[in-house]
Design a protein around this ligand. Structure first.
Ligand code: NAP
Ligand code: F7E
Length: 327
């Protein structure tokens, strides 16, 4: 039985990846942070069909190198997925040092823990399309230069190159997935797609009248999270370690998403959306559109769920009141 160790197991991607690996017969170990209330809601909704007896949670933290070293030594994983992060771009402007520590140095601590324990584990790094930032070419692929526009993106660029450096210097089987935005009913409530879908459902049911948003002109390449975690796994099943862009190839504005979500329930968005400066960023990423042709050719990976279907999945989950359990 293969063993996987996942940081960020309680997050959107961590919960889908756990489900995916348990279905494949893996023993899954996850690192969770201590918090004053124990919230594992995404893991609570893992499909009853999978064998939860093979899931083990351990306290640890990306800011605590000794916990990472001990866990890698004790568990002896075959695969390590580094999904843990302070992942909110706007909030990274409020807590830049914390974000750099967890997302940047945290990755280095984990890489070093693997190296120090002489582990042969294959390593996956959650790199991000935010690294392209002020985009130099469109669409973006693995050769597009980075121009990060936030503390979050700068930390991810650091982690990205540390991962490549451990591959080239120390022979680690280490891959970076440069994933474009991917969403689901399990997306955090303060990311724009989930915020919109939740708000629209509440307006439809009469619970509220308005939602307040920031920049509606930004364009994103939005995919479906369960499909993206499969790409992570595929990267670690290859003969050689490499880096891959994972995206849908489509780009849509936040305004298009808002319009489509309100139209889904028969409402006019202009009557219900307010603007607030506090949801804007000091530097915005205006346009993202990924070219996933390398992943298609080498991994045989292709997205099936695109903009319209994604919106329908997320809206249905909100309208039926089962936002977390819906797969
Ligand atoms: P998410 O829902 O925000 O989950 C982040 C996870 O990291 C949570 O489990 C969180 O734990 C954990 N975490 C936060 N700080 C930590 C720390 N100090 N030590 C250990 N764990 C910590 O993020 P996601 O959407 O699943 O994304 C997964 C990864 O992919 C992240 O690294 C993100 O930056 C990256 N990424 C995401 C996207 C996307 O569109 N979703 C695209 C590209 C890259 P708590 O539950 O305790 O908060
Ligand atoms: O913003 C605009 C905002 O916070 C998308 C993370 O998973 O994907 C995510 O980062 C766009 C931005 O995602 C609101 O200005 C307008 O242009 O949903 P988001 P993100 O910043 O693209 C990347 C790939 C990651 O790696 C990150 O971890 O929407 N926007 N109004 C708003 N955004 C938010 N959050 N809230 C608003 O009210």
């Amino acid at each position: 039985m293969k063993k996987a160790l996942i940081t960020g197991i309680s997050g959107q991607d961590g919960s889908y990846l756990t489900e995916f690996l348990l279905k494949k017969g893996y023993e899954v170990h996850g690192i969770v942070r201590r918090s004053s209330t124990v919230v594992r809601s995404r893991l609570d909704f893992i499909s009853p069909e999978v064998n939860r007896q093979n899931l083990f949670l351990h306290y640890g933290d990306l800011s605590d190198g000794s916990s990472l070293f001990k866990l890698v030594n004790r568990i002896k994983p075959d695969e390590v997925y580094n999904l843990g992060a302070q992942s909110h771009v706007r909030i990274s402007f409020d807590i830049p040092l914390y974000t750099a520590d967890v997302d940047g140095l945290g990755t280095l601590r984990l890489l070093d823990a693997i190296r120090d324990s002489h582990s042969q584990a294959k390593f996956y790094q959650a790199s991000s399309s935010e690294m392209f930032g002020l985009v130099q070419t469109t669409p973006q692929n693995e050769s597009t230069p980075f121009h990060p526009r936030s503390p979050y993106a700068c930390a991810k660029v650091f982690a990205h190159y540390q991962t490549i450096n451990y591959r080239e210097s120390h022979g680690l089987f280490a891959c970076c997935g440069i994933l474009f935005n991917h969403e689901s009913p399990r997306r955090g409530e303060n990311f724009v797609t989930r915020k919109i879908c939740k708000g629209v459902a509440e307006i439809k049911s009469g619970k509220r009248q308005k939602i307040t948003l920031g920049n509606l002109d930004a364009r994103r390449d939005w995919g479906y999270a369960p499909e993206y975690v499969e790409a992570m796994w595929l990267m670690l099943q290859q003969q050689t370690a490499d880096d891959y862009v994972i995206a849908t190839g489509e780009t849509h504005s936040v305004k298009e998403f808002v319009e489509a979500a309100f139209a889904y329930v028969g409402l006019n968005w202009q009557e219900h959306v307010e603007f607030d400066q506090k949801y804007t960023r000091p530097a915005e990423v205006d346009l993202l559109q990924g070219d996933y042709s390398k992943a298609k050719q080498k991994l045989g990976w292709e997205p099936k769920v695109k903009f319209k279907d994604l919106l329908a999945i997320m809206m249905e989950a909100e309208l039926t009141g089962e936002p977390v359990s819906r797969l």
